[in-house]
Every structure is written in C-alpha cells, then in structure tokens.
Ligand binder design. Structure first.
Ligand SMILES: NC(=O)c1ccc[n+]([C@@H]2O[C@H](COP(=O)([O-])OP(=O)(O)OC[C@H]3O[C@@H](n4cnc5c(N)ncnc54)[C@H](OP(=O)(O)O)[C@@H]3O)[C@@H](O)[C@H]2O)c1
Length: 300
C-alpha cells in the first residue's frame, strides 16, 4: 500500500509516521520539501496535482490551520487550508479510487447542552476555525471519495507545546493559576489517534462500507481546570518542583476569559459508532495524559 501523509510534523502527523509504517510505503510530504512535490495546503490545485502524480492508495491529511484564535483574523487562509485543500485532495482521490483519511474537530458543534454528541448531531460552529473545518468535511463528503473523517478533541503529544506543558511551566513560576472550568471534553493523545487510524485503515481496505465520519476521542470527560489539576498532581507526586500545586488551580468561567475565537463549552463526543464498527476499546483520557507526561518530562 502506498500512503501519502500530509502534515507529517504536527502532533498527529508525527505519530502517524510511526503508526502507518507497518501498512506500507509512507511518503511524508511536509509543506516545504525538496522533492519537488507540493505539500502546501495553501495551494489546493498544486496539491491535487501531487496526488495525481503520486497516485497513492491512501492520502492521510494531518495538516490543518490549527491556530484557532489567529484564524479569526485570517479567515481566507484558514478556509483554503482547512476546506479548499481537503476538497481538492478528495476530488483527486475520488478520481483515482483511493482512500482519504482526514481529521476534524469538536469545534464543528456549538457546544450547547451537556450531553455527548454523536455523528448525526446537527453542526453549528461558532468560530472561523470550526466553520472552515466543517466546510472541509462537507467538501470531502460531496466529492464521493472513500473517506475516514475522524472528529477529535483536545489533542496532546509529548512532542511540541501543549496545554499540560504550559500548566507545568506556569506552575513553576506562579503561586496560583486560573483555568476555565466550564469547557468539558476529552484530552486525546496523538499516539492514540494515530493507532486508531492505522487500525481503521486495515479494515477499510477490505471493507469499503466503513467509509464515513467518526468521533474519535479518549474515554471519560474533564474540564480544562481539572485537567490542569491532574497534570500538577501527577508532576508533584514525581517530585517535580512547583510553586503551584493542584490546590492552587482556580476555576474561571469562559465568559470571564475572553479570547478572539469562541470555544464550545460542551465538547463531549459519543464514540459508540467508532468502537462498535471497528471493535475498538478507547482508554480513559488519564492514561494517555500520564504516558505523555512521562515521555515529555522523561519521568517514570
Ligand atoms: N490540536 C487539537 O487540539 C485538535 C483538536 C481537534 C481536532 N484537531 C485536528 O487534528 C488534526 C491534527 O492536528 P494537530 O494537533 O496535529 O495540529 P498541529 O500540531 O498544529 O499540526 C498541524 C500541522 O499542519 C501543518 N500545516 C499548517 N498549514 C499548512 C499548510 N499550508 N501546508 C502544509 N502543512 C500545513 C503545520 O505545519 P507548521 O507547524 O509548519 O505550521 C503542522 O505541522 C487537524 O486536522 C486538526 O484540525 C486538533
């Protein structure tokens, strides 16, 4: 199997390099690459030409415009990268009869209510990022290509910056932290997502009937505030020097912490379809976060 991987240096893309390797030849195409093929999602037509030239069996798109706040003032670029480019890739994949794997987000929803949403729930994005990601999904579905769209949330990885690292840095500098306590979701490891992707692809290549959109997040739920407390408790237990421990994390409402882009309060995603159709067990979010922390801090 020939797999074209876009965005191979992001959180999820990096883990996909590992997880996809046993499936076949992985061509990892970053935005700038010396080989002459275009891996830049800001250039949808050139990207489609790359897909046509390489004729992969599978395109895995882990690239996206993920700067949620910046996107509010840069909607055209966000739309090109998150919607037009996936659409152009999907049409090229449809023409060649391959598969497209794409990642989407809980931000396609408005975040109302307190129940998990399944894949059939009405969408209603409240930010530029959310709207452009939803438009990307819709263009992929409209292309008629066989696809796996994985909607995920609150991605973390040992590599690169992330929320847990930021909390650890701030807790080393300050006596007290304030973190929003009314956004609820599931922190999900890039490693878990990559492994799920490889598992789904193994099934997909022998059963085209699994083409579709799936919620893919770790099990359980937590607020950002309790997530921060969990991270600091984990670190303190292992002797990491902190000025602020878990008791020094104070909750704040989202409405009292203004950001350029609105965030959904309810990011709960129902994963029943994914688990049943692919015989998957999704671990609790804590196991992935603890493992990521151990790796990021080089602690057991
Ligand atoms: N992070 C989250 O919490 C989260 C939550 C829900 C869904 N998702 C989705 O999950 C997927 C993977 O996200 P992630 O967390 O791995 O994001 P990430 O770490 O920000 O990686 C995104 C990658 O896309 C690349 N990229 C951006 N613009 C590009 C362009 N024009 N051409 C080529 N590459 C470009 C980035 O490269 P540069 O670094 O060079 O810009 C980066 O390597 C995305 O579809 C995202 O929307 C993420």
């Amino acid at each position: 199997m020939k797999i074209l991987l876009l965005g191979p240096d992001g959180q999820v893309g990096w883990e996909l390099r590992r997880a996809l390797a046993p499936l076949g030849e992985v061509i990892a195409l970053a935005r700038d690459n010396p080989a002459g093929h275009c891996g830049d999602l800001a250039r949808p037509d050139a990207l489609a030409a790359t897909v046509n030239a390489l004729r992969p069996d599978v395109v895995v798109n882990a690239a996206a415009y993920t700067a949620v706040d910046k996107a509010e003032g840069d909607a055209d670029t966000a739309r090109t990268v998150n919607a037009e480019a996936p659409g152009a890739i999907a049409r090229a994949v449809a023409a060649s009869g391959g598969w497209l794997v794409h990642f989407s987000t809980d931000y396609v929803f408005d975040g109302s209510g307190d129940q998990p949403r399944d894949e059939t729930a009405p969408t209603g994005p409240i930010s530029v990022y959310g709207r452009t990601k939803l438009a990307g999904e819709e263009l992929i579905r409209a292309s008629g290509c066989r696809h796996l769209i994985l909607r995920t949330s609150w991605v973390h990885a040992a590599r690169g910056g992330n929320f847990a690292r930021t909390m650890l840095r701030l807790a080393a500098e300050r006596d007290r932290l304030t973190v929003v306590d009314d956004q609820i979701g599931a922190p999900t490891g890039a490693d878990l997502l990559a492994d799920i992707t490889a598992h789904m692809l193994r099934r997909a290549v022998v059963d085209a009937g699994v083409s579709g959109t799936y919620n893919a997040v770790a099990a359980g739920e937590v607020s950002w505030c309790d997530y921060a407390r969990h991270v600091l408790a984990w670190a303190r237990q292992r002797g990491v020097a902190l000025k602020a421990g878990p008791d020094a994390v104070h909750g704040i409402r989202t409405r009292d912490y203004p950001t350029p882009a609105a965030r959904p309060l309810n990011s709960r995603l129902d994963t029943t379809l994914l688990r049943h159709r692919f015989d998957l067990h999704l671990p609790d979010w804590r196991s992935g976060v603890d493992r990521m922390l151990g790796e990021a801090l080089n602690l057991p």
